[in-house]
Write a protein that binds this ligand. Structure first.
Ligand SMILES: NC(=O)c1ccc[n+]([C@@H]2O[C@H](COP(=O)([O-])OP(=O)(O)OC[C@H]3O[C@@H](n4cnc5c(N)ncnc54)[C@H](OP(=O)(O)O)[C@@H]3O)[C@@H](O)[C@H]2O)c1
Length: 246
């Protein structure tokens, strides 16, 4: 049976790692990768399992009407859309007084409105046969991050949206997952923490592996919850700091 998976934000970082990891799943046959940078998308395609049918689409997810048309084209071509992985994200860490309305809006447009928009379009197809949707939020969405106001609050919206949709779409046989990665070595993380050594933190491939496990049958009872994905060493370091300050 043919199964189709759309992955946004697949030109680099966590989206690329998820695409590579899922391309080794036997039961997914078609992939459509979306982002704005063709070069990055081509590189991701080259890293994926070449036995799969892999397409890419250069698109800005905040061009909402165009995305609607794109999903229709994909749905008509493949008949069903079985998996939607919403990874694309934007961060510009600023405090309240430094955040412009434009930047606030951009954070919400990329991180929240674009997920709402593509999910709505995809569910028109997915509701015929059921499927799985996975949204990438962040640990910043569930704990305070002074100086990251727009990013953190937009990720809280992703967590809430995922919980609500998990209940709302269950009748169609659609499961909705939400993962919140901790610090992960990508371009986006460099913007959030420019002085950090990327070798000391979680790598995108670790997140890719978790997503693959989650979307397998083993993850069948886990939808709806916000699942934190974090390198074990971070938890240990946190415990040590707590002990020292006690
Ligand atoms: N890295 C971390 O520590 C971390 C932690 C928690 C959560 N996350 C979340 O994980 C997700 C992936 O982030 P990452 O760290 O892998 O960052 P990244 O390397 O900067 O990748 C971001 C991806 O989003 C795409 N994108 C951004 N704006 C877009 C738009 N308007 N239209 C289409 N695609 C767009 C980018 O592609 P183009 O530029 O080619 O369009 C790129 O593929 C994000 O949602 C992020 O918030 C990351």
């Amino acid at each position: 049976m043919s199964r189709t998976c759309i992955i946004t934000g697949a030109s680099r970082g966590i989206g690329r790692a998820i695409a590579v990891s899922l391309s080794s799943c036997e039961d997914i046959t078609n992939f459509v990768l979306i982002s704005r940078t063709e070069e990055g998308l081509i590189e991701t395609c080259q890293l994926m399992n070449g036995d799969k049918n892999i397409q890419y689409e250069v698109a800005d997810l905040t061009a909402f009407d165009d995305v609607g048309e794109l999903v229709q084209t994909i749905g008509n071509e493949f008949g069903t859309i079985d998996l939607l992985i919403n990874v694309a994200g934007y961060a510009n860490p600023k405090s309240l007084l430094e955040t412009s309305v434009h930047d606030w809006e951009k954070s919400y447009k990329v991180n929240v409105h674009s997920i709402f928009n593509i999910t709505k379009e995809v569910v028109r197809y997915m509701k015929k046969t059921g499927g799985k949707i996975l949204n990438v939020a962040s640990t910043a969405g569930s704990s305070a991050r002074p100086g990251w106001l727009a990013y953190a609050s937009s990720k809280a919206a992703v967590i809430s949206m995922s919980e609500t949709l998990s209940e709302e779409l269950a009748d169609y046989g659609i499961s909705v997952y939400c993962i919140s990665p901790g610090r992960c070595a990508t371009e986006l993380r460099k913007i959030l923490a420019p002085d950090e050594d990327p070798d000391t933190i979680m790598q995108p491939e670790h997140v890719g592996q978790v997503v693959k496990n989650l979307l397998s049958d083993d993850g069948i009872c886990l939808d709806g919850q916000n699942i934190v994905v974090r390198k074990q060493v971070e938890k240990i370091a946190k415990k040590q700091v707590t002990k020292q300050t006690m």
